[in-house]
Design a protein around this ligand. Structure first.
Ligand code: GLN
Length: 442
């Protein structure tokens, strides 16, 4: 496809599904041949677009540099076609907390794409041969991958440099990849992986071993409570199919999973509340010009106007959890739960190659359903994606069924650095799985 045709297809998909916060419009500037096209979630800095991370407070911020992952994909021959819509700073599961546009599900525009990398999943779903760079803190790659019928890989914490990523929760944030099937992810995950002197949390790591295999999985019983009836049935069908493929399935228990969600929301909001302090109206984006106000007035004005409701809620929650008097009860306790979860995964990996659960408890909800959900109900949707993120373990969401025409995903979690075995299983699964692509895909 020529760049001209590609950009026409991108415009068309964007007009129908509001995928991009900003996108490439001028094909003439890009006459060189590119090996592939990719997009970056809007919380990744790139030198050619604004980086607003879905927030009004970053309106107009144009970074002077590329995030390492983006720079590496350009070096690998990629053409960056735009920045994808997302929940503000990654706060959400439906991409509805966005100041730059709420993406609409490729299978039904009255439904959510999931979040917070909703635009990324929609781009992967709507555009043939596309690679979308997403970010997960507590499930933001798996969730939209499940809702949009694409493959989403979240690597081991430390595998991909976070340099140039606008932080949500530094101990949790991971840059990963989404695509319509696993092939593009297999091909380009090595390009973005590896240590980076600019990010001290990136790690020296074993090379990606794409020959790894999954011969056995554990399905923890805790994962099967709270699912919609149709999701449960679809998941059991997928389990049966895995067994026919020769994968041994063991039913097990991981009791700490019950506490994972609470621990995740305490740790993630605690970290987020400190990260958001830098948006003070003086450095980036929305700059407050009236400097003759008192200290409190100045910061309150810019933050009241620039931050959305969910961001404010998280500042309050996170600050509360870190406060003297509450810190031991919430923050420190949550760290202990995190440790327990890591140990439970280690325990599972002594006898199986991966842990298998559904990705989300239901298919993509309609926007009117989301509006009537409380904050707590939306948080509960993440009960299966939170645990591997807390543990920093690589995980993948693979489309496993269509329920009334809407896609549903299953999620596999592997030991540290074992992304290769997740991708091998995805490839094997795809050999027997019939994808149903959304209408109007280009
Ligand atoms: N839905 C979760 C949250 O709102 C996870 C989002 C994410 O991974 N960025 O925190």
């Amino acid at each position: 496809m020529s760049v001209m045709d590609l950009l026409a297809a991108v415009r068309d998909a964007d007009e129908r599904h509001r995928i991009f916060a900003e996108r490439l419009e001028d094909p003439l500037a890009y006459e060189v041949e590119h090996a592939f096209h990719f997009s970056a979630k809007d919380n990744l800095c790139t030198s050619d677009f604004q980086a607003r991370a879905g927030s009004r407070i970053l309106e107009g911020y144009r970074p002077p540099f590329d995030a390492t992952a983006v720079a590496r994909l350009r070096q690998a021959g990629g053409l960056l076609i735009g920045k994808t819509n997302m929940d503000e700073f990654g706060f959400g599961s439906f991409s509805t907390n966005s100041a730059t546009g709420v993406p609409r599900n490729p299978y039904d525009a009255a439904r959510s794409c999931g979040g917070s990398s909703g635009g990324a999943a929609a781009a992967a779903s709507m555009l043939e041969g596309h690679l979308a760079v997403g970010v997960s803190t507590g499930g933001s790659i798996s969730c939209p991958a499940s809702f949009c019928g694409v493959v989403g890989l979240t690597p081991t914490y430390g595998r991909v440099s976070r340099w140039g990523l606008i932080d949500y929760g530094n101990s949790l944030d991971k840059i990963g990849l989404l695509s319509a099937s696993s092939g593009m992810i297999r091909r380009y995950l090595p390009a973005i992986s590896g240590p980076d002197p600019l990010d001290p949390t990136s790690q020296v790591q074993p090379p990606l071993d794409m020959s790894g295999q999954i011969r056995s999985v554990a399905v923890p019983e805790e994962a099967l409570t709270g699912l919609s009836g149709s999701m449960r049935a679809a998941f059991e069908d997928a389990v049966a199919r895995l067994e026919r493929m020769g994968v041994e399935v063991r039913r097990g228990a991981m009791p700490a999973l019950r506490f994972a969600l609470s621990a995740y929301y305490i740790l993630a909001t605690a970290e987020a509340s400190t990260n958001l302090a830098r948006y003070c109206g003086m450095r980036y984006g929305d700059i407050e010009q009236e400097t003759d106000q008192s200290f409190n007035e100045f910061f309150s004005r810019v933050r009241s106007r620039g931050l959305g409701r969910e961001a404010k809620r998280r500042i309050l929650l996170g600050t509360f959890c870190r406060m003297v008097g509450f810190r031991d009860r919430y923050y420190i306790k949550a760290l202990q739960v995190r440790e327990l979860i890591i140990r439970e995964y280690e325990e599972q990996f002594r006898s199986v190659d991966a842990v298998l659960t559904p990705t989300m408890p239901f298919v993509a909800p309609r926007f009117d359903e989301i509006e009537s959900m409380s904050a707590l109900e939306t948080y509960q949707a993440d009960f299966l994606t939170g645990p591997p993120n807390l543990a920093g373990l690589p995980h993948i969401s693979i489309p496993c069924a269509y329920i009334d025409g809407l896609p549903a995903g299953m999620q596999l979690v592997a030991p540290r650095w074992e992304e290769g075995r997740l991708l091998s299983l995805a490839e094997r699964w795809e050999n027997g799985f019939e994808y149903r692509r959304p209408e109007g895909r280009a």
